[in-house]
Design a protein around this ligand. Structure first.
Ligand SMILES: *Cc1c(COP(=O)(O)O)cnc(C)c1O
Length: 378
């Protein structure tokens, strides 16, 4: 095992996933610099956005990161096992009965409701060695966090002293969205109910909105892993993930040939196709399928690079296979046993996401467990 991933010999795997940990460290340092003097916490929820907690966290520690965020308690325990005294916050708060686990491992809950705060207060009153907790204020997500109307009353009757107050931006990747300024104004006003308590406001994209509202801590997730925090502008982050799939077969088909399930792609003229050993069971989203109906509506579909040439998906992404059109690839570049680039190296993560009709977060956290994984610069 590498982390919680089974080791699959490269010659037996359909595709290879290479993760550049130096790029991860570079990205953390860039985000730390964006935070000015504030603490730059690394968000490593969902197995470090799919790249692997056990490999990401030691690299981030070595780069100087001392604060980590996860979503689940089980993830927090994995981070704790890798770190001595790092600060670990659990974003999804806490459920009844789990407080002793937080205490046993020195984990900090991010409390996001009145009920959580009351229950945590009862536990902390009975257990003076209980870890400190953060409080989440909702300024526009309606997901987790105290509503603005609750803040004053809860703050007045707080059963413990929190170590951090945070809120989460709803539309930070769109710098022009007026909700960013409104959330900042609301947070700035609401946190005054917690005098002298440190605060945290920005996610990855938030840390690129000038002037940076870093407060005492930023919480960087997706940009650490190479996604562009300001879509539409040049990506300042380095690519962390590179995914390549093996070519199983090359075939020539005549005009009108239908490809894949339900024949959703048909050849316009004679075409040369390559069948790749990767599919949705590997986490490659089926929504990137190359269908005639999408092309007719101008909807982009997936591509792969072979010999540096962009090759459109031909037909549906199936469970274990994707067919691509390699007609424009020089003869010997597309061959059985060769590789097609699926992510990285001229095919950025953000573009892969757009072509699947989704966001880079989903591409990363869907990365499958059947790849031969290579961790570079561990
Ligand atoms: C996931 C998450 C983050 C990290 O967000 P990115 O957009 O990935 O940088 C920060 N804060 C909270 C509350 C989150 O849930």
């Amino acid at each position: 095992m590498i982390g919680d991933f089974a080791v699959i010999p490269p010659e037996e795997a359909g595709a290879r996933l290479s993760i550049d940990l130096d790029a991860l460290a570079f990205n953390w340092r860039l985000l730390r610099d964006r935070a000015g003097g504030a603490d730059c916490a690394a968000v490593v929820k969902a197995n470090a956005y799919g790249i692997g907690i056990e490999m990401a966290v030691p690299k981030l520690l070595a780069a100087g990161c001392r604060t980590f965020y996860v979503a689940h308690l089980a993830e927090a325990r994995r981070v704790r096992a890798l770190t001595g005294d790092a600060v670990i916050y659990v974003l999804n708060g806490f459920l009844t009965g789990t407080a002793p686990v937080y205490a046993a491992h020195g984990l900090r809950p991010v409390l996001g409701s009145r009920e959580e705060i009351v229950e945590w207060g009862e536990y902390a009153a009975a257990h003076p060695d209980a870890p400190p907790a953060a409080i989440h204020i909702d300024t526009g997500m309606n997901r987790l966090g105290l509503s603005p109307e609750q803040v004053a009353e809860v703050a007045r009757a707080l059963p413990f002293r929190p170590v951090l107050i945070l809120t989460h931006l709803a539309s930070a990747e769109d710098q022009a969205d007026p909700s960013n300024a409104r959330q900042l104004a609301d947070f700035t006003r609401l946190r005054k109910h917690f005098p002298d308590i440190p605060a945290s406001f920005c996610n990855s994209s938030g840390a690129f909105i000038e002037p940076v509202a870093a407060f005492d801590q930023t919480r960087a997730g997706v940009a650490l892993y190479g996604a562009n925090p300001v879509p539409g502008q040049p990506n300042p982050m380095r690519e962390v993930v590179r995914l390549e799939a093996k070519i199983l077969q090359i075939r020539d088909v005549p005009d009108g040939a239908a490809v894949g399930y339900n024949g959703k792609w048909t050849a316009r003229g004679p075409r040369r196709l390559a069948t790749l050993s990767i599919g949705y069971a590997d986490g490659y989203l089926r929504s990137a399928s190359g269908w005639d109906s999408k092309a007719a509506q101008g909807i982009k579909a997936g591509i792969a690079l072979v010999g540096g040439v962009a090759c459109p998906f031909a037909g549906s992404v199936s469970m274990d296979l994707i067919v691509i059109d390699v007609t424009d690839v020089p003869q010997d570049a597309a061959r059985r046993g060769g590789l097609a680039v699926m992510i990285g190296d001229g095919l950025p993560l953000d573009e892969v996401a757009a072509r699947a009709g989704t966001i880079p977060y989903e591409i990363l956290t869907s990365l499958g467990r059947r790849y031969a994984r290579f961790y570079r610069n561990a």
